[in-house]
Ligand binder design. Structure first.
Ligand code: PLP
Length: 501
């Protein structure tokens, strides 16, 4: 039963405006809080608390951003009620005309923005996008020829024995992706992920000395492994990659070239990565998330050449069920936003800010992997620079108002839980309007705090999680970060004093 609310936040907002014109985004946000409160106030309160948290801490998580309120609010609509299994114009349910229109429009926007032959908007996340791509490549490269050999139209016409034979053939394929500890993603063949159970997965690493991807070494490995799929893309690598060259290498061994651009899709959309560094003209299949540098809703997308299009569109039933039409609506809005000239300026500023962050850290004595960055990520080595684990660095910085994540460095002696590194990213703070001066201030505060932080021993051994930071440094750092947060508020359209009453 709805809970009675004597005083609606929306009414308070309108009273405060005194007849002035309401901001549609603020009005919708306040109305949605009223709706949530009428059912379960805890949920509404936590939404407000999250905004307070994000307003009082600088977001340096490289995989996060702030989607526009139009994108946010598109996700909270009645399209969520609709089942639309299948693909646009080819559904297993009646009444899908509006979902068809939204999905086709979003796919057209994606094709135009990235210059792709084909776009598939349904994956619910980056992991799903990669699963759709893997299954589509297996279907196109392995299953189709198996069926042709037996002169059979589809798998339902196979006997149980023939299907078992196909399964063995599907299972016998190799994937060569960037090793998790060199910056690749879980889905690129990590032992604990389904990718390494679906494929005989092998990993290529970065060079131990330089931290850079070595395409000559990769070529040698590629000829040894001869995989079905050569997979490029990363979650923690800071340099641009020559995708034109990688495609040449893939062609030498007849591999399908797949790129997971989840992290840097916004830099491709914003024309920072062009020519050989733009994966779309060179890869057979490109996957992405929509919520990182691309600044859209949480979700995934697959782009492909025409050869893989039919198989990609069969994401459902292969690995997906019903799509999320409300999220596809939000993806279409985000793709439209990313098609505007202002997005190109945004993408260029992300990289300027990341370079300023890497420079600022290094000038103050922090070691940065590969000596800098070409993208939105900076990997700082807190073990060699400050004698800390990544876990201690992450906690010490969060305590002064910086949200970021610890990350393994290549060949990390501290393993994936404690780590030796911090991954810092600039997409979110760039969305807020911060520039290189603010980023330099952030680098200064971060180094001051890390320098003033020491591991606390546990049972006589240096602790990997416990730490202490000098109180005076913490106090000063908090004040400096708070000043930046006040100057660059998150979603300034929303005046939280109205919620507080
Ligand atoms: N691919 C890459 C390169 C990523 O960095 C990530 C997420 O961090 C993913 C895929 C998975 O995305 P999601 O968390 O949406 O499943």
């Amino acid at each position: 039963m709805p809970i009675d609310q004597p005083d609606l936040i929306v009414e308070r907002y309108l009273r405060r405006l005194g007849g002035g014109r309401p901001d549609p985004a603020a009005l919708t946000f306040f109305a949605s809080l009223d709706q949530m409160r009428s059912v379960d106030p805890l949920v509404a309160d936590r939404v407000v608390a999250e905004l307070v948290d994000q307003r009082s801490n600088i977001k340096l998580i490289a995989s996060e951003n702030y989607a526009s309120l139009a994108v946010q609010q598109a996700m909270g609509n009645l399209l969520t009620d609709k089942y639309a299994e299948g693909s646009a114009g080819h559904r297993f349910y009646a009444g899908c005309d509006n979902v068809d229109a939204i999905e086709s429009h979003g796919a057209d926007l994606a094709k135009a923005l990235f210059g792709a032959d084909h776009a598939y908007l349904q994956p619910h996340s980056g992991i799903d996008a990669n699963l759709v791509a893997f299954i589509a490549i297996l279907a196109t490269r392995v299953e189709e020829s198996f069926l042709e050999r037996l002169d059979v139209k589809n798998v339902s016409a196979l006997s149980d024995e023939q299907f078992a034979e196909l399964r063995t053939e599907l299972h016998d394929q190799r994937l060569l992706g960037m090793d998790y500890y060199s910056g690749g993603h879980l889905t690129h063949g990590y032992r604990f992920n389904i990718s390494s159970r679906l494929f005989d997965a092998r990993g290529y690493t970065v060079d131990r000395e330089t931290g850079l991807l070595d395409l000559d070494a990769l070529r040698t490995q590629l000829h040894e492994v001869r995989p079905l799929i050569l997979l490029a893309g990363y979650s923690a690598y800071t340099r641009k990659i020559d995708f034109a060259k990688m495609r040449e290498l893939a062609d030498e061994v007849g591999a399908t070239f797949m790129v997971d651009m989840a992290h840097f899709a916004g830099l491709v959309a914003g024309k920072v990565f062009t020519g050989a560094y733009d994966p779309v003209p060179h890869a057979h299949v490109v996957t992405s998330t929509t919520h990182k540098t691309l600044r859209g809703p949480r979700g995934g997308i697959v782009l492909s050449s025409a050869d893989y299009a039919d198989a990609v569109d069969k994401g459902c039933p292969a690995v997906l069920g019903g799509p999320l039409p409300h999220v596809m609506a939000a993806k279409a809005l985000a793709l439209k936003e990313a098609s505007q000239p202002s997005f190109q300026e945004y993408a260029a500023r992300i990289v300027d800010n990341a370079r300023a962050l890497a420079d600022g850290l290094q000038r103050r004595g922090a070691r940065v992997a590969t000596g800098g960055t070409d993208n939105h990520i900076v990997l700082a080595d807190v073990a060699s620079s400050f004698g800390l684990t990544g876990r201690q660095g992450e906690s010490a910085l969060r305590a002064v108002g910086m949200t970021l994540n610890r990350n393994s460095l290549p060949f990390d002696a501290n393993g994936p839980w404690y780590t030796s590194g911090l991954r810092l990213g600039t997409p979110a703070l760039t969305t807020l309007g911060m520039g290189t001066d603010e980023v330099d201030e952030i680098a200064d505060v971060a180094v001051e705090v890390l320098r003033a932080t020491t591991p606390v021993s546990v049972n006589g051994k240096p602790g990997k999680a416990k730490y202490e930071t000098e109180a005076k440094v913490v106090q000063e750092a908090r004040a400096r970060i708070a000043a930046l947060c006040d100057k660059f508020p998150v979603y300034p359209e929303i005046d939280l004093s109205i919620v507080e009453g």
